[in-house]
Design a protein around this ligand. Structure first.
Ligand code: ADP
Length: 160
């Protein structure tokens, strides 16, 4: 049933505890969650899509209901291919709202069946973003409180 599955798309460059919090909340609401990792180079990701997928897979390995796959092209095309029309996005603060609102409405324009559900993380993670984690890592800070061990390791490696 399409209602029991949801897609959580994003860059995950790299996955943070904020993303994992959203994934686990989604996994409580849906029978399975497809984490779709955007391959698009538009944002100039630090990590390859393969690395981003690997970090996510290792960090969610304990839950077989979570699938991690690459996403190239439009989310609506992916949704149609999969027959899943529920999209999860995370909202940390008002600052996320404008962009997320625009995306949700555009996606719905492109595919009327698509619904976006917003989940908010535990307050401890509302300040977390992949961007700020990369900044801290670049400057030599300890990122282990913010990202799961596979991401911590890969950040150390890539920034060496
Ligand atoms: P994108 O490039 O698609 O924004 P991100 O990986 O930055 O990809 O984020 C994917 C989704 O997860 C977005 O909806 C974003 O708002 C949300 N998100 C990112 N970090 C957090 C966090 N710390 N807590 C909750 N949601 C988050």
């Amino acid at each position: 049933m399409s209602q029991s599955r949801a897609i959580y798309p994003g860059s995950f460059d790299p996955v943070t505890y904020g993303h994992l919090d959203v994934i686990s909340r989604a996994a409580h609401l849906f029978e399975s969650v497809i984490v779709a990792v955007a391959t698009s180079e538009g944002k100039g990701p630090l990590f390859s899509v393969e690395d981003r997928i690997e970090m996510l897979k290792e960090s969610t390995a304990d839950n077989p209901a979570i699938e991690v796959v690459p996403l190239s092209g439009l989310l609506v095309d992916f949704a149609r291919e999969r027959g899943v029309f529920t999209v999860i996005r995370g909202l940390r603060a008002v600052s996320d709202f404008e962009f997320e609102f625009q995306m949700a409405l555009m996606n719905r324009k492109l595919e009327a069946r698509l619904e976006t559900i917003f989940l908010t993380p535990k307050e401890d993670y509302t300040y977390l973003s992949s961007r700020i984690v990369k900044e801290v890592a670049r400057l030599g800070g300890d990122v282990s409180p913010f990202v799961p061990p596979p991401a911590s390791l890969k950040l150390k490696k890539i920034l060496k």
